[in-house]
Design a binder for this molecule. Structure first.
Ligand SMILES: [Zn+2]
Length: 139
């Protein structure tokens, strides 16, 4: 598992310290209380790498997608920045719209994945259900 300084600014760009933002969720000390918190922590898991187990544990039905923790732990691109564009929550379901900026290996240009993610609360815990790609941008 990738170590990250709990006193450093969180990798999700919230402006909070890692330990008080996504770090506590990745460590399993606390559960995300909102879809946005879960979304940010999942971005942090991808950005740091090595957190495949967390990604699986917070996915509503990962096995049906044939995903494995080892594959999810691999960093295939360099995640650079997260922008949360919108969010909504109604009862036990919620959405978060975001743009995640990344750089592919050996490339200078930044690219962004623009996604509308859906979240579901089950037995008091939030899970990522899936995402709809809204668009992609290159800078
Ligand atoms: Zn964070």
């Amino acid at each position: 598992m990738t170590e990250f300084d709990s006193q450093a600014d969180c990798i999700c760009g919230s402006g909070k310290r890692f330990g008080r933002c996504c770090g506590r969720f990745l460590k399993g000390d606390e559960q995300a209380k909102t879809p946005e918190q879960l979304m940010r922590s999942r971005y942090a898991a991808y950005a740091l790498g090595g957190h495949g187990e967390y990604l699986l544990a917070t996915w509503f039905a990962p096995m049906t997608r044939g995903l494995a923790a080892e594959a999810l732990s691999e960093k295939t691109v360099d995640w650079v920045k997260l922008e949360v564009l919108g969010k909504s929550q109604k009862g036990d379901s919620g959405t978060v719209e975001f743009r995640a900026w990344f750089r592919e290996p050996e490339q200078d240009a930044l690219q962004a994945m623009h996604e509308l993610s859906t979240f579901q609360r089950s037995a008091g815990r939030w899970f990522y259900v899936g995402g709809e790609v809204v668009g992609s941008v290159s800078e």
